[in-house]
Design a protein around this ligand. Structure first.
Ligand code: 5GP
Length: 206
């Protein structure tokens, strides 16, 4: 059964600032939560297991995949990533809106499934700025950073499949824009059919 909370899928090229925007959004909106993905990549400096990711080896990842534990999964920059279906399901049942920060392959899997979602693509202010951000990160080798930029460039061609596009030229402005999208989605007539039916029926009494 699909829960009541919204499922919001946020994608965008590596280096665009998805993580920061998601953090700000969840800090400011108590009913909006992020899930903790699984990954086979090694933790970066400062990352904590069970907080930033569940860090697992490939054997464990494939076992869980075979068991059907994933809502979606993808191989990104040579590492595997996945979202646990049960975690999303439980949060939505509790009426939380769930924010998934996932790549375009994972987003495509959910779009092709029966699960409804709101798809938002985060863009950098410009390609030059994206190049600068990826190169300036310094947490990977130059080859890995170049590969990240090339992947980022190719990911942009997926933007047409998303419902909304938001430019991350300023973190709090991008977060406010996404809040606006979430609010608008909650006001959709088709998402409020039961409420509207009950509301109108009460007019019979008068
Ligand atoms: P990073 O290794 O830099 O944390 O993430 C690399 C990429 O993997 C980012 O584009 C991020 O959005 C994506 N990613 C993180 N978690 C997931 C996930 O659970 N599923 C998918 N499909 N992509 C993910």
């Amino acid at each position: 059964m699909i829960g009541k909370g919204l499922l919001i899928i946020l994608s965008g090229p590596s280096g665009v600032g998805k993580g920061t925007v998601c953090r700000v959004l969840c800090q400011e909106n108590r009913r909006l939560v992020r899930t903790t993905s699984l990954t086979t990549r090694s933790p970066r400096k400062g990352e904590r297991d069970g907080v930033d990711y569940h860090f697992v080896d490939e054997k464990k990842f494939h076992e869980l995949k075979e068991q059907g534990a994933f809502l979606e999964w993808a191989k990104v920059h040579g590492n595997f990533y996945a979202t646990l279906a049960q975690e999303v399901e439980e949060l939505r049942q509790k009426d939380y809106d769930v924010l998934l920060e996932i790549d375009v392959q994972g987003a495509a899997q959910i779009r092709n499934s029966s699960v409804e979602g709101v798809y938002i693509f985060l863009l950098p202010p410009s390609m030059e700025e994206l190049w600068r951000r990826i190169m300036g990160r310094g947490s990977d080798t130059p080859e890995a950073m170049k590969e990240r930029f090339n992947n980022a460039y190719h990911e942009l061609s997926e933007v047409w499949k998303y419902d909304y596009v938001v430019i991350n030229d300023d973190i709090s402005r991008a977060a406010r824009t996404i809040e606006g999208i979430i609010m608008a989605e909650k006001c959709r007539v088709e998402k409020n059919k039961q409420f509207l039916t009950d509301f109108i029926e009460k007019g019979d009494k008068y």
